[in-house]
Design a protein around this ligand. Structure first.
Ligand code: ARG
Length: 257
């Protein structure tokens, strides 16, 4: 008799446990909405692959994680060439672009930009022993390496007689400078600073004034008005609740106010 009750009790517990497990799993599986984030991931400290863990990391990655979480989404990174990002967004392969993308008039014809989330600008990197290039004007007639599709590329192409070489990644542009194949790299200032701080300063240096204040925005497809509102609201929220400042401090140190 007691044995029977024991067996029934065990069975009951098992059935209950199974039932509960079922309940616990289903809602989370169906509510986990995924936000597909496109980025060109060789752009430290904004988006790059951690050498050890192979995971994507950087300011934009942390920022998007926080924004997605605020929106009730899980984030998934899709890495691709910088010039492939807007076409992928237009084709609906990704939901947003978070790739240190400067808000420009030209791009704003094709995509909706969020409110600006980071102030930036362009700068020049040359070899340490180069004493002839000191300003953007000195780049006339020179060989310049840039990343394809970037504002750095646009700016370099405006320079008189410059021979502009476009690379898929900024790391390739820096390698070309090291190898002596070009005289300068024109690229986003914080990325140049990070490159120099991470060892690049052994044989390269930054010169010249910062060119054109630029602002980064998150890009959303024109037809996706709802999503653009959600992203802006989430961005505002993480600015209010201190999350943005935390991420900024992690990658750039304390904000100067
Ligand atoms: N800010 C520049 C632009 O929008 C360069 C961005 C490059 N970003 C990247 N993840 N590679 O053109």
């Amino acid at each position: 008799m007691t044995k029977r009750i024991g067996v029934i009790a065990v069975l009951l517990v098992a059935v209950l446990a199974l039932g509960l497990a079922g309940c616990a799993q289903q809602p989370s599986a169906s509510t986990a909405k995924v936000l597909k984030v496109g980025a060109e991931t060789t752009f430290p400290p904004f988006e790059f692959q951690d050498e050890k863990t192979k995971e994507y990391t950087g300011f934009d990655i942390d920022l998007m994680k926080a924004i997605a979480k605020q929106m009730g989404y899980e984030m998934q990174i899709q890495s691709m060439g910088f010039d492939a990002l807007i076409p992928a967004l237009e084709a609906g392969q990704i939901d947003v672009i978070a790739s240190a993308m400067t808000i420009t008039e030209e791009r704003a014809k094709k995509v909706t930009f969020s409110k600006p989330y980071y102030k930036s600008g362009l700068s020049i990197v040359v070899k340490s022993d180069n004493n002839t290039i000191k300003t953007f004007k000195d780049l006339e007639g020179k060989r310049i390496a840039v990343q394809i599709g970037t504002t750095g590329a646009d700016e370099a192409k405006k320079i008189k007689d410059a021979k502009v070489r476009e690379y898929n990644s900024t790391s390739e542009a820096f390698l070309e400078l090291k190898a002596g194949g070009v005289d300068a790299v024109v690229n986003d200032l914080p990325v140049n600073q990070y490159y120099l701080a991470q060892g690049g300063a052994k044989d390269a240096k930054a010169v010249g004034e910062i060119l054109n204040a630029e602002e980064y925005g998150i890009a959303i497809a024109k037809k996706n008005k709802d999503l653009a509102d959600k992203v802006n609201n989430a961005l505002e929220e993480i600015k209010k609740n201190g999350e943005y400042d935390k991420i900024h401090e992690k990658w750039f140190g304390k904000k100067m106010q």
